[in-house]
Write a protein that binds this ligand. Structure first.
Ligand code: ZN
Length: 282
């Protein structure tokens, strides 16, 4: 299956094991550990992410799943392991180059770490919560309520004209010359289709229809799930309509093939959406 770079995974999440404390304790001893640091970097060498023995790691541990041989994989936040030839990397840098297993491990580890760090207290009563269920739940010791990792849905849209052009925008903070697909968060009470229409209208002044879902990928910065669409422009005039973008512009397939504009990095679903549209003639 042709998936966005960070949608790849090779592990069984084995959610049925998360509440089995004795099983988890045994699986920790023989497991492999992915350590990420406070900046969400991991250590990697030319073979992929550096996974280490769990021996000696005393931080919070999160159970990520099992591979086909039954090996358990874990993540935690701490000091990056050192090895000759290893270097710190980020999801954005290496996400598209990692193996399916490592890509899935890394985005899950980052997403979980971000959630634990930003949800230390019970939303009902304010008491400090404690991680349980292999890191997939935080429980309030005062009222017994369970709280689960959150993911924020965002739509990201390749807008085309039904022919040879697509509409891309650029944010002022991006590297010079880079343009990308338009994106925005889904609001409460809103369907994905309504979010697509609203966001595109807000950011570019264009009305869209013929909305087609293409695929999704986690984007744990800090907690997004990107839902990728194509949509056809049917009205309005492309112009910057809010503070988020500094330019929106139509590009032809020939422009893109010539390297104009610079595209977002291969780990992004934006890159995948653009490449998918480009690979089709119409
Ligand atoms: Zn509580």
């Amino acid at each position: 299956m042709n998936s966005p770079a960070l949608s790849r995974s090779a592990l069984d999440r084995a959610a049925d094991k998360r509440r089995d404390e004795s099983w988890l304790a045994a699986a920790w001893k023989t497991g492999r550990l992915l350590v990420i640091d406070a900046e969400r970097r991991a250590a990697a060498d030319d073979d992929g992410l550096l996974l280490v023995d769990t021996d000696g790691f005393d931080g919070e541990r999160y159970f990520l799943g099992l591979d086909a041989t039954g090996t358990a994989y874990w993540s935690g936040v701490g000091e990056l392991p050192r090895r000759l030839g290893a270097r710190p990397v980020t999801v954005r840098d290496v996400g598209a180059m990692l193996s399916d297993r490592d890509a899935g491990l890394y985005v899950t580890a980052v997403g979980l770490a971000n959630w634990h760090e930003t949800h230390p207290r019970c939303p009902r009563c304010g008491t400090a919560t404690e991680p349980t269920a292999g890191g997939w739940v935080r429980r309030c010791p005062a009222d017994g309520s369970d709280h689960f990792p959150r993911t924020d849905p965002a739509v990201i849209v390749l807008i085309h004209d039904g022919g040879d052009r697509c509409l891309l925008g650029r944010q002022p903070t991006w590297p010079r010359g880079r343009y990308s697909t338009l994106a925005g968060f889904v609001e409460p009470g809103e369907s994905l289709e309504h979010a697509v229409v609203r966001e595109i209208r807000e950011e570019s002044g264009v009305d869209v229809d013929d909305i087609v879902y293409r695929g999704s990928q986690p984007w744990p910065f800090p907690a997004s799930l990107m839902l990728g669409f194509e949509a056809r422009a049917v009205g309005g005039e492309a112009k910057v309509s809010d503070d988020e973008l500094e330019d929106v512009r139509w590009f032809t397939r020939d422009d893109l093939r010539r390297g104009e504009p610079r595209l977002p990095p291969p780990a992004s679903i934006a890159h995948w959406l653009i490449a998918g549209w480009l690979s089709r003639e119409s």
